[in-house]
Unconditional design. Structure first.
Length: 317
């Protein structure tokens, strides 16, 4: 029996789902059984191939979402982008990510999908759409459709019976490196974008991680600026510290406290962060996201009562 595959290449993680008839189910993409996401990390090898996913994440000395934010405005550059003196081609690396997601998704089914749907973030310059389109052209031999991420989110709402025809939804995508607000109207034939996309490019999951790190350094002092980019061991330890901050942030969604492990060459500690302290730290940054939602609604000529449903989506939602 054939199937369709939907893929989202996020800033921090990749995810996918298959559809057979009316049935939807997530794909297990991680290298740990049952894990439904894969790190959105790809590193260029000297031989021109790419190291992708968990292996690349373990090898990278930088926080991937910080790199993604740095590259976001240069996706249309015709040539490779240089990082630490090494050429990096975002198109080739994105294609490698997409190919790996398709391979992992189809491995258990032992057949390739009949058709493919790939989402992309909306941007005024259209660069992400062109980047994803190029990746699709490089890697697939099946019919493929490109769908804006907020439209895909609205379609899922409608499928679940939470988005009625004639109403408007506010889709708030809290990703790894930005917050995007899009208004989507459901019509009898599909979905229409309402007004203009609005974004905060200085607020995302990595910034919330940084607030956790700031709380840690508030206890033990500055530990990150003492690591030189030339110190490979120190940079890898700093990556582990960032990962511990991210894990603590995620645990604080459901727990009252979480511990951050600090294991740098010049500093070792276990710092407990409480949810109360974290909420105080992020209150001001998150108020900017609330203001963005309100201003987007107003700019579209609407008022809050005109919004029938709101959806928080994205890896950091």
């Amino acid at each position: 029996m054939g199937y369709s595959l939907g893929v989202d290449l996020g800033t921090a993680t990749c995810s996918a789902a298959i559809r057979r008839g009316a049935r939807l189910e997530p794909c297990a993409l991680g290298d740990v059984p049952g894990t439904v996401t894969m790190p959105a990390v790809a590193l260029a090898r000297p031989d021109g191939t790419a190291l992708v996913g968990e292996a690349a994440d373990r090898r990278s000395i930088y926080e991937p979402t910080l790199v993604a934010r740095m590259l976001a405005g240069r996706l249309d550059d015709p040539g490779p982008i240089v990082i630490d003196g090494q050429p990096c081609d975002p198109r080739a690396l994105t294609a490698a990510l997409l190919a790996t997601v398709i391979d992992r998704s189809s491995a258990a089914l032992r057949e390739r999908p009949d058709d493919l749907v790939v989402t992309y973030p909306l941007r005024h310059d259209g660069a992400p759409e062109r980047l994803i389109a190029d990746a699709v052209d490089r890697t697939t031999g099946v019919a493929a459709s490109l769908v804006p991420e907020p439209i895909a989110a609205a379609a899922k709402l409608a499928r679940d019976g939470q988005f009625e025809v004639g109403s408007t939804a506010a889709i708030v995508d809290v990703g790894g490196s930005s917050v995007d607000v899009t208004l989507v109207a459901r019509t009898t034939t599909g979905f229409d974008l309402v007004g203009e996309l609005a974004s905060l490019t200085d607020l995302g999951g990595v910034d919330l991680d940084a607030e956790v790190l700031a709380l840690v350094e508030g206890v033990i002092g500055d530990v990150t600026s003492m690591v030189s980019p030339d110190d490979m061991a120190g940079m890898l330890a700093l990556r582990r510290l960032w990962a511990s901050c991210r894990a603590a942030k995620e645990r604080l969604s459901t727990e009252h406290a979480a511990v951050v492990e600090v294991a740098l060459p010049h500093a070792r500690a276990q710092i407990e962060i409480t949810r109360e302290a974290f909420e105080r730290a992020v209150e001001a940054p998150l108020s900017g996201a609330v203001d963005l939602v309100q201003s987007t609604i107003a700019a579209a000529g609407l008022t809050p009562p005109d919004i029938g449903v709101g959806l928080l989506t994205g890896g950091s939602a």
